[in-house]
Design a binder for this molecule. Structure first.
Ligand SMILES: Nc1ncnc2c1ncn2[C@@H]1O[C@H](COP(=O)(O)OP(=O)(O)OP(=O)(O)O)[C@@H](O)[C@H]1O
Length: 608
C-alpha cells in the first residue's frame, strides 16, 4: 500500500523482491509528481525507497537466520539466529490517541536538492530478499556474506545495498531497530575486499555516542570473524586513554575505524591519524542527523578538512538515521556528492499506522514523577515486561532515580543499572554489556543510550520528563520493538509539559491514568530519598534548572517560575533548604539575579 504521493515502481518491487539484477533507477523528472518528504525527507529528486506501512512490513520482512556457515558461532550473540524472526504483531488501537508516529511528525515542506528519487514497495506481500541474491548478482563475495547470520535482508538492507554496492553516495532513513548497521557494514567490508585490504583506514565510521561506536565496531568485528585477522577493526572514543589509541592504531591493522567526533578530531589534529586516512575509501555517518546538528556539525566540518579532498581522491559517503528533521538534506551535501540518493523506507502513511509500539502518555505532577515512574516499573514487571529502559532528561536525574530506586523494595525483584555521562567510560561500557545480557533489569539512562543502542528484548521504554525534541523521543522509543519484536512506550509528563505532545503530531499516544498505587509508592520514595546524598540532590536540582531553562517559553514560565518549581522539587527530595548553586554556574545558566536562588561563591565541600 502506497500513499498517493509515493507510487511503487516495478524496479522498486523487483528490488524489494530480491531481483538479482542491479535495479535500474527511475529518476523523477523535475516536473513529475514528487513523493512527499518524510520528516525532513526527500524531494522529487531524491531516491526514496518506500517500505509501505513499514512497521508491519519491516517486522515481517525480518527474516530467519542464515543456516550457520561452517564452524560459525554467533559471537556475542547479537543478531543471532532467531533474533529477528518473524513476529505476529498485536492489533493496536489507534483511536483516542493524543499524538503521533515515532517516525516523525508529518513532513514539513522542504527545499529540493538535486538528487534522484525512487520508491520501493517492501510491504507485507513483497517477497523477502535473500542476502544470497547479492552473491548471485556478483555484488558481494561469498567471504563477505560468510559473517552474516541472517538469511533475508530487512527492507532497509534490501533497499540500500544495491545502491551502496554500486558505489553511490546515499542518505538513508529507516525506522529504529530495522538493521541499518548491517546495511552499511556489509558493503563496507565488500569494498575493502575489492581494494585488497589496502593499508590504513579504508572505512571511517562516525557515531555520536561512545556506546554506539563500540557496538558498531563489535558488529563489524563479528562480520569479519572468518577473515583470520586480515581485516582490522578499531574503535576510538572519548573518555579513554589517547596514548593507548595511538599504540593500537600504529601497531595493529585498522581498515575499519569507528570513532566519536571529538576523539577522532583530537587524533587528526595531533597528526597521527591523518596519514593513516590518506587512502580513505568510504565515510559513514551513523545517526547522521544528530552529527549534522549544531554541536557536532562543527566537529564534522573540521574532520572533513583533515580527510583527503574527495574531488581529488573520490570516496563514497553514506549517511544513515531513523530521523531526518527539516534541513538535514541540505546540510548533508556538506559530506555527500551532489548526486547522492535519498533512500527512505518510511512512507508518509506510516505516520498514522505505527502499530508495533503501543505508546502511552501519563500525566503526573512533578512531585509525583518519581513515584509514578517506579509504580509503572513495578506494574510492567508484574506483567512480565521486565526489561525496561527509563530515560531521564539529565545525567544527574538519572543518577538520582537510580540511587532512589536502589533503596526501594521493587529493586530486590528487578535489579537496576545507571548509564550516563557522569560515569567513567569503562563503567559505561560494562553497564551496557550487563544490561545487554540481562533478561530482567531496569536501566536508568540519559540520552547516551538514546540512539542506536541494540539491547535485545527491551519490553518497554519509559521517558520521564521532557525529551529534547521529537526526534529524540523517537530514538529513545526505538530501543524497544527492535528487529520485529514487540514493545511499549510510556511518556510521563507533568501538566505543563504536555505542550510536547504537539511535537508528536500524527503519532498515536494513548492517555493513561497514573498507576493506582502511586500514593503508596510515594511513601516508599520519600523514605528512599532520605538515603540519597545531599550532593546528588543538589546536582539534580542544578542540572534540572539548566535543562528546563531551554524550555521556558514552551512551559509558559518565567525564570522566577523555573527557580520556584526547582525549589519545590528540592523540598520534595527532602533537601534542608534551597540547595546552593555556585555563582559561576548561575551565570552560565543565565539565571543571575533570579529571586529564590541560594547563590554561593564556592560550593560547600560536601556538595563539591
Ligand atoms: N536481516 C536481518 N534479519 C534479522 N535481524 C536483523 C537483520 N539485520 C539486522 N538485524 C538485527 O536487528 C537488530 C537491529 O539492528 P540495528 O541495530 O542495525 O538497527 P538500526 O536500524 O541501526 O537501529 P537504530 O535506528 O536504533 O540505530 C539487531 O539486533 C540486528 O542484529
Amino acid at each position: 500500500m502506497f500513499t498517493n504521493t509515493q507510487q511503487p515502481t516495478s524496479q522498486g518491487q523487483q528490488q524489494a523482491a530480491g531481483s538479482t539484477r542491479p535495479p535500474r533507477r527511475r529518476t523523477r523528472g523535475r516536473g513529475g509528481k514528487a513523493p512527499q518528504p518524510q520528516a525532513g525527507g526527500p524531494s522529487d529528486s531524491t531516491t526514496n525507497v518506500n517500505a509501505n506501512d513499514a512497521t508491519a512490513s519491516e517486522a515481517s520482512s525480518f527474516g530467519a537466520a542464515r543456516p550457520a556457515p561452517r564452524g560459525q558461532g554467533t559471537g556475542r550473540g547479537r543478531g543471532a539466529p532467531g533474533r529477528g524472526g518473524v513476529q505476529n504483531r498485536g492489533n493496536h488501537q489507534n483511536g483516542g490517541g493524543v499524538g503521533a508516529s515515532p517516525h516523525g511528525p508529518p513532513p514539513p515542506q522542504q527545499p529540493k536538492p538535486a538528487t534522484t528519487s525512487l520508491l520501493v514497495d517492501a510491504g507485507n506481500d513483497a517477497p523477502r530478499v535473500r542476502f544470497d541474491s547479492l552473491l548471485e548478482s556478483g555484488l558481494v563475495s561469498a567471504q563477505t556474506l560468510q559473517g552474516v547470520v541472517h538469511e533475508f535482508m530487512s527492507p532497509v538492507q534490501a533497499a540500500t545495498m544495491h545502491d551502496i554496492l554500486l558505489g553511490n553516495d546515499c542518505l538513508a532513513q529507516a525506522k529504529t531497530g530495522t538493521g541499518k548497521t548491517l546495511a552499511f557494514l556489509v558493503p563496507s567490508i565488500e569494498l575493502l575486499r575489492k581494494n585488497g585490504f589496502a593499508r590504513g583506514v579504508n572505512i571511517l565510521i562516525i557515531s555520536p555516542t561512545r556506546e554506539l561506536a563500540y557496538q558498531i565496531g563489535q558488529q563489524a568485528q563479528e562480520l569479519v570473524r572468518f577473515d583470520q585477522g586480515q581485516i582490522g577493526v578499531q574503535m576510538i572514543v572519548g573518555g579513554t586513554n589517547m596514548n593507548q589509541d595511538k599504540r593500537k592504531l600504529r601497531g595493529e591493522p585498522c581498515h575499519i575505524l569507528v570513532a566519536t567526533p571529538g576523539r577522532l578530531l583530537d587524533h587528526l589534529q595531533n597528526g597521527d591519524l591523518k596519514p593513516m586516512c590518506a587512502g580513505l575509501k568510504a565515510l559513514i555517518l551513523d545517526e547522521a542527523d544528530r552529527l549534522l546538528e549544531q554541536g557536532f556539525r562543527q566537529d564534522i566540518e573540521r574532520i572533513l578538512t583533515y580527510l583527503p579532498n574527495k574531488n581529488v581522491q573520490p570516496r563514497q559517503t553514506l549517511l544513515f538515521s531513523a530521523t531526518m528533521p527539516p534541513g538535514v538534506q541540505q546540510i548533508a551535501t556538506l559530506a555527500l556528492n551532489k548526486n547522492f540518493k535519498f533512500i527512505s523506507t518510511i512512507s508518509e502513511s506510516d505516520a498514522g499506522t505505527h502499530t508495533h509500539v503501543d505508546q502511552h502518555v501519563i500525566e503526573a505532577p512533578l512531585p509525583r514523577s518519581i513515584a509514578t515512574t517506579f509504580s509503572l516499573i513495578a506494574k510492567l514487571n508484574a506483567e512480565g515486561k521486565s526489561k525496561i529502559i527509563v530515560f531521564l532528561p539529565t545525567a544527574r536525574a538519572t543518577q538520582l532515580y537510580f540511587e532512589t530506586y536502589s533503596q526501594m523494595e521493587v529493586a530486590r525483584r528487578l535489579p537496576c543499572y545507571e548509564l550516563h555521562s557522569r560515569k567513567s567510560q569503562s563503567v559505561r561500557t560494562k553497564t551496557s554489556e550487563r544490561f545487554r545480557d540481562a533478561a530482567q533489569a531496569v536501566l536508568f539512562s540519559s540520552d547516551v543510550s538514546a540512539r542506536g543502542m541494540d539491547f535485545p528484548d527491551v519490553a518497554a521504554v519509559v521517558q520521564t520528563g521532557l525529551p529534547q525534541n521529537g526526534e529524540q523521543y523517537v530514538h529513545r522509543l526505538g530501543r524497544t520493538a527492535r528487529a520485529g519484536k514487540q514493545g511499549e512506550g510510556y511518556l510521563i509528563l507533568m501538566p505543563n509539559e504536555k505542550f510536547f505532545l504537539r511535537k508528536l503530531k500524527g503519532m498515536n499516544l494513548q492517555q493513561l491514568p497514573a498507576p493506582q498505587d502511586v500514593e503508596a509508592t510515594q511513601q516508599q520514595v520519600d523514605r528512599a530519598l532520605r538515603q540519597v546524598s545531599p550532593q546528588t540532590k543538589q546536582q539534580t536540582y542544578a542540572a534540572w534548572m539548566g535543562y528546563y531553562k531551554g524550555f521556558l517559553r514552551d512551559l509558559g514560565w518565567t525564570p522566577r517560575d523555573l527557580v520556584a518549581t526547582a525549589n519545590q522539587m528540592a523540598a520534595d527530595f527532602g533537601c534542608a533548604g534551597v540547595p546552593p548553586m555556585a555563582a559561576k554556574t548561575v551565570g552560565k545558566m543565565g539565571l543571575r539575579g533570579t529571586p529564590g536562588l541560594n547563590v554561593v561563591q564556592v560550593l560547600p565541600s560536601n556538595y563539591d
